[in-house]
Design a protein around this ligand. Sequence first.
Ligand code: NAD
Ligand code: LMR
Length: 328
Amino acid sequence: MSSSPLKVAVTGAAGQIGYSLLFRLASGALAADRPIELRLLEITPALKALEGVVMELDDCAFPGLAGVEIGDDAEKVFDGVNLALLVGARPRGPGMERGDLLEANGAIFTTQGKALNKVAADDVRIGVTGNPANTNALIAMSNAPDIPQERFSALTRLDHNRAISQLAAKTGAPVTDITKMTIWGNHSATQYPDLFHAEVGGRNAAEVVGDQAWIENDFIPTVAKRGAAIIDARGSSSAASAASATIDAARDWLFGSAEGDWVSMAVRSDGSYGVPEGLVSSFPVTTRDGDWSIVQGLEIDDFSRGRIDASAAELAEEREAVQGLGLI
Ligand code: NAD
Ligand code: LMR
């Protein structure tokens, strides 16, 4: 085990996602051969509940957990962190769209962006899970001018994993046979899960499925509206699966995506695939040593073009809305 602990901040640590995420992080799901120090941020009224969670972490006696600090002051909690997982935000309830959260949650990410800018480690990577995740990442990035913009990403890995699972169920293939899945755009109902570049056992997924109606009327809406379906069924939003995807995304970012495959991450657009520059939009990316690069050269047909453009247009509207609110 390398001796220096990876300092990982988690915001909203007393929340639902936190209750799964912290235990997975502490048990080695992110970095099996490196100890982890957890820095947990909450709002003041939630600190007592967070103390209870820390008691439980203690009681697990995780060998790789080098320490836990908690607090309600972002500048103290983020001091020297190598990875910040920004989860804390109000989740949407039944009947709400993610756009409803822009104002309620946007302000959180200005403060946290500024604090990270001031005190995070030079190598910090910042993953945003709290919704609306893409635009929250844009807000945090815009408020952290000294941190390179490619260090920010928003979570679309849950959508990516959902898409893999749906395709596996349809084709009967194990999830391990499914590669090159892509989620394009926003982590919202406009996202575009793309089967035209995905593969099942090395064969083109759309051809293996051979059913355009299923892709359009079943697969895409099922993946895009899965968050709402879970809210409907559970009465609260996805938590364990969101925690799992948050770890998948961070692990691949820090330690590299699998050879011959790619993952979906929402990152700052450089204009690739016609997505307006500066939006935090999901792309197919490969990752290596803490850096990502957008997979280039994929052919985009008219169907995919329309879907990618629609999600990018929603992100542009969200950007305008938070500009109007003075958050960026
Ligand atoms: P939750 O309400 O159970 O927990 C959120 C926690 O954040 C609460 O404990 C709250 O006190 C805390 N919090 C609020 N403001 C804070 C601040 N300024 N600083 C630190 N902590 C703060 O919610 P949850 O179910 O854990 O979900 C958290 C967020 O993740 C929500 O926005 C939800 O919509 C989002 N989410 C995203 C995805 C994704 O795929 N991107 C998936 C599921 C949920
Ligand atoms: C999800 O995708 O499960 C979360 O983003 C929750 C939501 O609001 O849909």
